[in-house]
Design a binder for this molecule. Sequence first.
Ligand SMILES: CC(=O)SCCNC(=O)CCNC(=O)[C@H](O)C(C)(C)COP(=O)(O)OP(=O)(O)OC[C@H]1O[C@@H](n2cnc3c(N)ncnc32)[C@H](O)[C@@H]1OP(=O)(O)O
Length: 380
Amino acid sequence: MEFPFDVDALLPERITVLDQHLRPPARRPGTTTPARVDLQQQIMTIVDELGKASAKAQHLPAPITSASRMQSNRHVMYVLKDTSARPAGKGAIVGFLKVGYKKLFVLDDREAHNEVEPLCILDFYIHESLQRHGHGRELFQYMLQKERVEPHQLAIDRPSQKLLKFLNKHYNLETTVPQVNNFVIFEGFFAHQHRPPATSLRASRHSRAAAVDLMPAAPARKLPPKRAEGDIKPYSSSDREFLKVAVEPPWPLNRAPRRATPPAHPPPRSSSLGNSPERGPLRPFVPEQELLRSLRLCPPHPTARLLLATDPGGSPAQRRRTRSTSEEQVLSQDGSGEEAMHTVPPQAPAPPAQSWTVGGDMFNARFIRNLQERRSTRPW
Ligand SMILES: CC(=O)SCCNC(=O)CCNC(=O)[C@H](O)C(C)(C)COP(=O)(O)OP(=O)(O)OC[C@H]1O[C@@H](n2cnc3c(N)ncnc32)[C@H](O)[C@@H]1OP(=O)(O)O
């Protein structure tokens, strides 16, 4: 990938590590140094163009990597340049790998929720003309070494088939632990823990002492053991949320929920939250939590009715998400349910037997998993 400026001089090392500051690396002695602001502009151009090329390669409707998104997130990009070919003496870029730590709620093999903060593979691209030449592996190895992390400790944000094959070939990663979000984790994710290096991405977010003494278990760090079910976000934040479009679900889920009080402005969407993009034609967006909410407002399925009849009050976990107060809290767009964006009065006081809720550890996980499978967003 070529640029109208001297990439070779701009990025002296074969692999350059860029963080949110997008600082141009120190130049080789003897190289003429343009104004720093120009150099940063060149870095931003490279990041933007790489992001576009990656999106195109993955058939995404918009880039998930750009200079502005880098600046607003604590992600790290490993950029590989071509040291052999020097078209017009200016060098070229081979590809990049973007990683970042994210708080996720992942299911283990017993379908229990675990709040962890693993290093995530967020975007990965090697120029089409150079794929299957070992460049991807070179970048990946460099990142693993720099971040001091093992491949099975990573979470992958909606991997492509090529990436799944890549991980299988080079790191024997094959068996996944099924999740209800779009992150993929592999067998062994929960088995090993590691201490991040002081110079790694994680350590740069915390004081050195904290990195050494207080966080011995990252990246697959189990956070406080058990949180109330209502606090758990079944859909962990993904970098690809802003691209999300939904496949239309079957009736009655395809009915947009009515709002008693339409908000003056649509709620803001975070650029760093949510799920991964659909790889298909664009459809009107129906947020996941709104689907869940409309389901809660639906009459129960006969089976659910039967279940409720055998347990009239329902378990405390099942009741947890049913509001009995005069207002129902609307879940926030990121699915957290922690921040109420606005409140609406109840549509009608429903008798307890009609109030079918999504809740309870196993029930919740299985239900959301079924829903997710229906949406066909997972790569397997
Ligand atoms: C979270 C995310 O980022 S998902 C998005 C991942 N990125 C993409 O899908 C973009 C397009 N693909 C690419 O940019 C590259 O193919 C990458 C980044 C996935 C891998 O980089 P490469 O330099 O090609 O990998 P490298 O040469 O080290 O390893 C090759 C192996 O990767 C896998 N692979 C690479 N390309 C392909 C392909 N077209 N089809 C199937 N497998 C492939 C194979 O296992 C291959 O081994 P093989 O040639 O013996 O079959």
